[in-house]
Write a protein that binds this ligand. Structure first.
Ligand SMILES: N[C@@H](CCC(=O)N[C@@H](CS)C(=O)NCC(=O)O)C(=O)O
Length: 218
């Protein structure tokens, strides 16, 4: 397998966590999003959306979209499972994951921030306000869901890691990159701290990847 990755990419962070949980270690190809390498012709041919992650599987097929890749990895390597067994539980886990992957993350990615800067001419404080707003909206919704639902346990759903935790951690780590305080979201913060103590999460952390700086301030 081959993973197209960049240290800072939160969507790729999700896939790295799942790969670690499943004991898979693909070759890694760096796509430097800061240098704009996602727009290079060869990568565009691979993923017309010009986004990472992309994963080439053992049969040479190119997979894209992080949540789709998480589901794929779970299907080819069911152990440990990333989804619970019961349909309603699976729906809850997917819904928590989608708050991050479908509703929040798309609003803060480089192409959106570039558009705000270069097309709409928004200054940096205004752009930061945008990014923090959308991170906060999702954190607040996640906190409410997690705090009030008795199915929340050590992790987002019971006492096993699921794809909800993977997405939650990617979101919280991204929020920290923009210097957001997680104190108003204590359940989120507790679960994220628990996950990041685990090797599969810790090794996948953006700041542990090749080329990453020591720390990030947006
Ligand atoms: N929904 C996609 C999002 C992929 C995405 O936006 N990836 C970002 C990095 S986290 C990217 O490649 N951005 C490049 C750009 O915005 O130009 C997924 O979950 O895989």
């Amino acid at each position: 397998m081959k993973l197209y990755s960049f240290w800072r990419s939160l969507a790729t962070f999700r896939v790295r966590i799942a790969l670690n949980l499943k004991g898979l270690a693909p070759d890694v190809v760096n796509v430097d999003l800061i240098k704009g390498q996602q727009h290079a012709a060869d990568f565009r041919a691979l993923n017309p959306q010009m986004l990472i992650p992309a994963l080439i599987d053992d049969n040479g097929r190119t997979l894209f979209q992080s949540v789709s890749i998480l589901e794929y990895l779970d299907e080819i390597r069911p152990d440990p499972p990333l989804l619970p067994r019961e349909p309603a539980d699976r729906a809850r886990v997917r819904a928590l994951a989608m708050i991050v992957a479908c509703d929040a993350h798309p609003l803060i990615v480089p192409r959106v921030r570039d558009y705000l800067e270069k097309e709409l001419k928004l200054d940096e404080p205004t752009r930061l306000k945008w990014v923090r707003h959308w991170f906060g909206e999702a954190l607040s919704a996640l906190e409410t869901h997690l705090r009030r639902d008795p199915q929340t346990g050590r992790y987002c759903h019971g006492d096993s890691v699921t794809m909800a935790d993977i997405c939650l951690v990617s979101h919280a780590v991204g929020a920290k990159f923009f210097e957001m305080d997680l104190t108003p979201y204590p359940t989120v913060a507790r679960i994220v701290d628990t996950c990041l103590k685990e090797d599969a999460f810790a090794r996948a952390h953006p700041l542990k990847q090749p080329g990453a700086p020591q720390s990030v301030t947006h």
